[in-house]
Design a protein. Sequence first.
Length: 391
Amino acid sequence: MTQNASRLYDELRKFGSQYCPWSDVRHLGVMVWMMVGLIAAGSVNLTKWVSHMNTKALIAQSTQRQLSRWLNNARINPAKLYSPVIKAYLSKWQEANIYLSFDTSQLWEKYCMIRLCVVHRGRALPLCWRVIKHRSSSVKIDSYREMFKRAAKLLPENVKVILLADRAFGNPEFVRYVQTLQWQCRVRLKSNTWVYQPKQGWQTLKQLHLGIGEAKLIHNVTVHKSKSLTGMHIAAAWETTSKEYWYILSTEPTTIQTFREYGLRFDIEENFLDDKSNGFDLESSRIRSAPALSRLCLVLAMTTIFLTAQGLSVVNSDRRRLVDPHWFRGLSYLKIGWNWINTSLTKNRAFLPLSSFTSNFDPDPAIASLKKHAQKFSRIEFSALTLDWAS
């Protein structure tokens, strides 16, 4: 294992030092060993990581204290170290649009992870994050305003940015701030949101009287009585399968495709799932400090980028079926990359050069089964009515 760990360490160190401005290479070395432990153990557990590390420390407790000191070291700035990495891997983006998904997640009902991600082929790539001590997943704009400013500098130039967010963020202050960044947005609204109909005055969205399977695409709408948003557009529908009502606010004229665009927001849930029960098992961590958790998220984000980029290389080189037992692609790019790394260490295969992230279009989408795949792309149909409420 020592030889394999050292081989993986060398590869990760090359990846971690390529763009990061490390002022102290010892900090880089510790982070790389944490990434080795995370990949090998499949869990955020400092004790489990120790057995996969090859350091000068002879006593396991000394190694564990070294990891703990790193997580609590105020000199390590996650945003400063991670920003050049994700900027470099997004720099070759080829599509005209890039979708960002924004959401929050709770840890132990004590901490709130605020995360902005790039939607990428059924998953989401961490772009920026912040961890605060907060017992609710609802956060004020001051908690993420600077995070959004930083994110705007990391995205490729000449690409339209479309931000996707849940109804917790369907307020005027959020939408206006997004517009100051020259971004577009698709935000879900609550059914009791007020909209102004020139002929009928103010009414709530639930008063639109939708029939099941019916969609209304409403343009030039005034939304919210207080601090009103003008010139907005709404896609409203009563969906046939779940019988759920959907109200999507857009800063651009809506079409039926607006619902598909908003559906990309849920890819961030897969990213949270990768961090938790479906991947890195973050909730097993005993760390109870917001700054330390933010640095731990740096380790998770760097590992996510490395494994996903490796998975892309595996698929692009037609080697997927060497590590994915499904006939069609059945694993995420992260899991494919993870399997490739583990198999390479076991069978002495070469690691592949890492691929950049170039598009959200997936030429080889993951398919759990042909039946479910067909349902996913054909189950939702609407009869649409387009309205213009310009007064």
